[in-house]
Write a protein that binds this ligand. Sequence first.
Ligand code: FAD
Length: 441
Amino acid sequence: MADEQAHLVAVIGAGPAGLFATRALAALGARVVLINRDVKPGGLAEYGIFLNKYKMKGGLRRQFQKILSDPRVTYLGHVTVAERGDLTVPDLAGMGFDALVFAIGAQGTKYLGIEGERLPSVYHAKDLVYHYNRLPPFSERPFPMGRRVAIVGVGNVMVDIANYCAHFCDVDEVIAVARRGPHEKAYDDREFEDVEDAFDHALYREELERVRPRLEAAGQSTDELLTALATRGEPSPRARTRLRFRFLASPRRVIAEGGRVVGLEVEETRLERKGDRVAAVGTGLTSVIPCDTVVFAVGDRVDEHAGLPYRDGLYLTVPGDDPAAPYQVLDENAGKARPGVYVVGWARKASDGVVGRARLDAETGIKHVAAFLAGRPKRPLADAERTVEALRRTLAERGAVVVDYPAVQRLEAAERARASADKVEEFKFASDREMLEQLRG
Ligand SMILES: Cc1cc2nc3c(=O)[nH]c(=O)nc-3n(C[C@H](O)[C@H](O)[C@H](O)COP(=O)(O)OP(=O)(O)OC[C@H]3O[C@@H](n4cnc5c(N)ncnc54)[C@H](O)[C@@H]3O)c2cc1C
């Protein structure tokens, strides 16, 4: 309708948090521009959730499709907002949006600061996960896996990487390395079922006996774990890969000989109760876990070059008890909120939970955005459209090749056609170049 009025909001990042934020904003009647670094939307729902969880990915894609087909939503894919991006935060702030919602996930790498962390054959989980899920440019780089892979961390991402090693690579042994003990494991048992066939019970029992004195010194039972193990199905005798654990081991350095990784040096730890927490404390004793590949699955940090105020792996938000505060980006000079600038999802709390959690966080954030918008006048929809057009012009002038949602749909149709021709469950173009060529063709 010619006289319709709306607020105009830019959401940056089209992972689950950005998409569900977009849905909540559109439901409020806002006109939304959704800007995404990757050509295709979905973020880690597309490029993180494990390779063969087709049903889960398909269900999410259908929800996302509905959000992106809303006429109030404009998707601008293959556009990065960053200090050196196609757009900067000040660019967007100067374009006249009523609010900016950053949902750009946690794209930074959490380095432990140990020697050898950047050697070849040492990977950070996110990069490897992006690689096997075919996200450019990670899909274009080789990530060779050796025969003995040490994975640092014992969360669900470790399970995914172990699954990849056991079922998609030629790996003899996977060693999951934990600073603390078996009682502090962070993965879900349901997720672990995916690697149960490779889980070596005899080696697990052996490891529990090795750490028994240190667990008991912290008041933890080993027998409980052994009893629980006895109720689990036996591993498959046909399993190609052995999955074992190394508990109470804190990584100290990656050891290489002639440029090739040969081991992970760890410091033995013991457990100490600190309030509700059980902490790992170094004992000074070191040992070496022989391996030729190391994967750090220890969570991520946000991208410090996105152009938002940053400290210690997180974007700075407003301190204080106001429920809106943790969603409001801080203006460091003024010591208060940057009006209308918000952060949601993994961009707000890096590596925090599953898609459902990201959705809830986005929806909560948008409630605070809605309260902010309620104090601002709406504008005629025609004005909002002019701003969207001006944004498109700016991007074109800067040479950005923007992929809109109809183009994404054409791309997805081409990928489905390839998958069906190749008789495979899924096909993804491996580079932005291939995707853009497909669209031009
Ligand atoms: C290995 C792994 C496996 C997982 N498996 C599951 C699972 O099985 N089930 C489940 O429910 N959850 C799973 N999760 C968790 C789930 O993926 C996250 O909860 C969720 O994706 C977080 O959403 P987000 O939108 O905050 O971030 P992301 O999904 O990371 O999305 C961020 C988006 O922002 C875009 N972006 C980044 N930087 C910029 C920029 N500078 N400018 C513009 N756009 C930018 C990216 O292109 C991306 O689309 C998994 C996570 C990982 C890492």
